[in-house]
Ligand binder design. Structure first.
Ligand SMILES: *Cc1c(COP(=O)(O)O)cnc(C)c1O
Length: 364
């Protein structure tokens, strides 16, 4: 038996007949950078997300870095965020010379504990960067209220939640700027790297575009330090085909999560959907005091599973000097008990049953 975390081969088989001719047409057209598919994808992604501006870039990491630069983040500034996320949420703060300030997570949603955010605000705070972890939207209204009260920017890390929604807005569209990633494992994914920055703010959009293209408004005139961060034409072709199916794919993820929830109720702690928005299950993550036994049984049965994330960011070696004393008990306990199970739009109902059988047997 072999059940992968994410079945990209099955997805490719489904999309091949549409994607291959479109990729070949783009190859023959030879407009590899700044071509018509990139422009069309930006327009389609903006329409999908319900925002005025969508700026494509080279990765989700670049999307975050460029967003933080666009709000003027620099040395001496602080950014409040979560320690239970992928490193890029925070490495990009450091790349701007600013300091990440970690707030503990909610034990059930795995997202920022909203009750602890205000106490972390100091005169140096410039922004809050919530992460919609595993595809579950953070409850953003209270964070926006804090941002308005304290003059901060709200930048959403929507790398795991593209297509989710909260308060009638698509993930990433509620804050000042939203950032997402098209890394191959994400809900909307390319066949390589890619990223997107969305905003309704005209001035920020202009600045984001300048920063993504060498800090240049007029070609060969550079008024700020920028980046070479672009989505290429081939990835844009692939993303256009997949964007059309994103809602269907996310709905299938939700159906799989419902099935896992039913079969694993009372066996492990199933993921908690807080009901403030629509969770799109980038990951389906359970909690168990016997996590390691479950992990071993699944691995022995040829079923992939993964710990996201084994080492919270404040415990990473790169932060030893600056955050060595920080204690975030909920995050630390979660990192010891969490396990993400296979989920992808292509996962079959019978495979979900097999995964649940192996878990039940492991805990007998
Ligand atoms: C994947 C991811 C990123 C980075 O995206 P890349 O495209 O890999 O650079 C940032 N934040 C989170 C939460 C992610 O999951």
């Amino acid at each position: 038996m072999n059940i992968p975390m994410l079945d990209l081969k099955a997805e490719y088989a489904l999309l091949k007949d549409e994607i291959e001719p479109a990729v070949c047409a783009a190859l023959a057209a030879c407009q590899y950078i700044g071509g018509p598919n990139v422009k069309a994808f930006e327009a389609e992604a903006a329409a999908y997300a319900g925002v005025k501006h969508a700026i494509s870039c080279a990765s989700g990491t670049d999307a975050l870095l460029i967003a933080l630069r666009a709000i003027g983040l620099g040395p001496g500034d602080e950014v409040i965020t979560t320690p239970f996320t992928f490193v890029a949420t925070v490495s990009t703060v450091l790349m701007c010379g600013a300091k990440p300030v970690f707030v503990d997570i909610d034990p059930r949603s795995f997202n920022l504990d909203l009750n602890q955010v205000e106490a972390a605000i100091t005169p140096a705070t410039r922004a809050i960067v919530p992460v919609h972890l595993f595809g579950q939207p953070v409850q953003l209204a209270p964070l926006k209220a804090l941002c308005e009260k304290h003059g901060l920017r709200l930048i959403e890390d929507a790398a795991q939640s593209f297509g989710a929604d909260y308060a009638g807005r698509k993930s990433g569209a509620y804050g000042d700027i939203g950032c997402t990633s098209f890394y191959p494992s994400k809900n909307l994914s390319a066949f390589g790297d890619g990223g997107l920055i969305i905003t309704d703010n005209d001035a920020l959009a202009a600045e984001l575009r300048v920063l993504a293209s060498h800090g240049s408004r007029v070609r060969y005139h550079h008024h700020v330090l920028g980046y070479n961060s672009r989505l290429d034409e081939i990835q844009a072709v692939i993303l256009r085909a997949k964007l059309k199916r994103l809602d269907a794919f996310n709905n299938r993820r939700i159906a799989i999560a419902d099935s896992y929830n039913r079969q694993l109720a009372g066996v492990v702690e199933t993921p908690f959907a807080d009901g403030y928005g629509h969770h799109v299950y980038h990951q389906y993550t359970i909690l168990s005091g016997r996590r390691d036994a479950i992990q071993k049984a699944l691995t022995d049965a040829g079923i992939a599973c993964a710990v996201y994330y084994p080492v919270p960011l404040h415990r990473q070696e790169m932060f030893a000097a600056t955050h060595g004393d920080v204690k975030l008990p909920v995050t630390e306990r979660t990192a010891q008990r969490c396990l993400s199970l296979p989920i992808s739009p292509m996962l079959q109902d019978a495979q979900v049953e097999t995964v649940c059988d192996v878990i039940r047997n492991a805990l007998k």
